[in-house]
Write a protein that binds this ligand. Structure first.
Ligand code: ATP
Ligand code: MG
Length: 449
């Protein structure tokens, strides 16, 4: 016997209409409270004891249903932030655009959000709209509280709009999210174009989850994506930078990158490089593909990855191209590289605000690309001690893997690092004394009358 209760609030509701509310009990799904983080369970329990509705929601439920390990556990409730806070000793209200409560229990930080609405009709105490929209359709303020079904409708994807109640082991599905999990589909909640305009980051979230889960993007969701890619220009640079880290450092960076590229989203993330990728197989395409392949592998092997390395790789083709131009105009390689690096970074920052703690090491990695080939005499010995040597060496390997001809430089450095003191000296000697840097004359300024 099926133990499924279905309420259809609207008799005309289509299969994935957001008004459809299905409650699924334990014998029809594979979740159990044991699978939920105990601190999240505690938060739900406390809220329910005080008479509020509370559910574990979002990515954790989606991931558990797919047999994946959730990153974090979020709780949604009908209690207001000011009602939640006094129930937990170590808690604080954060956020301006959306107020949420961070509850610290033990080592775990649980995010508790009040059910919110996506409606424009809500007003605040002063009678103004609490939900503000810029001309582009972007939501700039969004603090209208609502019911659980309102909350489901304002979420991004159907598979992220599942609410789990551990006290009766039930899942509340408002938009066919369970079916979409079965069919491995990424489907945006509501009208795709409107939802993408409201928050263009949803375009990136579609790409990220399609890659992470290996799901197909539903045709209706997919349809407006290319046309609306340019809306990413409305996302603030610091937020876009954070989002790119989620895209590139998820362990599925390569798959995510190709989806971004295919839908024209990458043009609005790194336009300087995107313009150089006329096809997948030119050197730029290969370098970027290889950078993501290596990053994904490092993540799989629990090795450290840094945004500095990823961004250094993403922007390197542009730096190289620009630097070549400056060299042709008679500048020294070091000056040309430094000038190109500064300009490429300056163009990228208004798009994704890369913090200085990453742009500094990026520039060092690039500078070392000029220095690592010059390794005769005592130079190699000094270079291996450079704090950025390891990253710069990995970068040389990356360039070679991508097909750049560097006369066996990577192999030389690999052997050098593996050699003992004596062998190292022989290796350096075999290269001969380094040539002194001949001072180049500055290019003459064109005469002006
Ligand atoms: P993960 O944490 O594994 O990356 P997640 O789905 O939990 O995935 P979060 O960024 O933690 O993603 O967001 C939590 C939930 O908030 C999501 O499941 C989704 O329901 C909602 N959400 C997040 N970002 C948006 C957005 N831009 N628009 C609408 N809903 C969103
Ligand atoms: Mg999450």
């Amino acid at each position: 016997m099926l133990k499924r209760i279905s309420h259809f609030f609207s008799p005309n509701s289509r299969k994935h209409n957001t008004n459809e509310h299905r409650v699924i009990f334990s014998n029809e799904h594979k979740l159990s409270p044991k699978m939920i983080n105990k601190d999240a369970l505690k938060v739900v329990e406390v809220l329910q004891e005080h008479g509020y509705d509370a559910y574990v929601v979002g990515g954790s439920i989606r991931d558990l249903l797919l047999g994946l390990k959730p990153k974090d556990f979020d709780v949604a409730t009908n209690a207001r932030p000011s009602e939640i806070k006094p129930l937990f000793r170590r808690s604080r209200i954060i956020g301006r655009r959306f107020q949420i409560v961070h509850v610290q229990l033990g080592r775990e930080l649980i995010e508790v959000t009040t059910f919110r609405s996506n409606e424009t009709k809500g007003t605040d105490k002063k009678g103004g709209s609490r939900r503000q929209q810029a001309n582009s359709g972007v939501l700039t303020r969004d603090n209208v509280f609502g019911s659980i079904s309102d909350d489901a409708s304002r979420r991004d994807l159907t598979i992220n709009a599942l609410y789990y109640n551990p006290s009766d082991n039930s899942i509340h599905d408002f938009a066919g999210g369970l079916d979409d999990i079965d069919q491995r589909l990424i489907r945006i909640m509501g009208d795709p174009a409107t939802r993408f305009r409201e928050d263009p980051v949803r375009l990136l979230r579609v790409a990220r989850f399609a890659a992470k889960l290996g799901f197909t993007i539903d045709p209706m969701t997919e349809k407006p994506m290319r046309k609306l890619a340019s809306n990413l220009q409305h996302v603030s640079p610091p937020r876009l930078f954070d989002e790119t880290l989620k895209l590139f450092m998820s362990g599925q960076g390569l798959a995510t990158f190709w989806i971004l590229y295919e839908y024209g989203l990458f043009d609005y993330i790194a336009p300087q490089v995107s313009a150089m990728m006329k096809d997948r197989n030119n050197l730029t395409g290969k370098l970027i593909e290889q950078a993501f392949t290596n990053t994904d592998l490092r993540i799989r092997n629990n090795k450290r990855v840094t945004p500095a390395f990823i961004y250094a790789a993403l922007l390197w083709p542009s730096v190289q191209q620009l630097a070549a131009g400056y060299r042709e105009r008679g500048n020294s390689p070091a000056y040309a590289l430094s000038k190109a690096a500064g300009e490429v970074i300056a163009k990228q920052i208004p798009i994704t605000a890369i913090p200085k703690r990453f742009t500094m090491p990026m520039r060092e990695i690039w500078d070392l690309q000029l220095l690592l080939p010059r390794r005769g005499g005592h130079r190699a010995k000094r270079l291996v001690d450079h704090p950025r040597f390891r990253a710069a060496y990995d970068f040389i390997l990356l360039r070679e893997q991508a097909g750049e001809e560097l006369s066996g430089l990577g192999d030389w450095w690999t052997a050098y690092q593996n050699a003992d003191e004596e062998k190292r000296e022989q290796m350096a000697k075999a290269l001969g004394e380094p040539k002194r840097n001949r001072k180049r004359r500055k290019p003459r300024k064109p005469k002006t009358d």
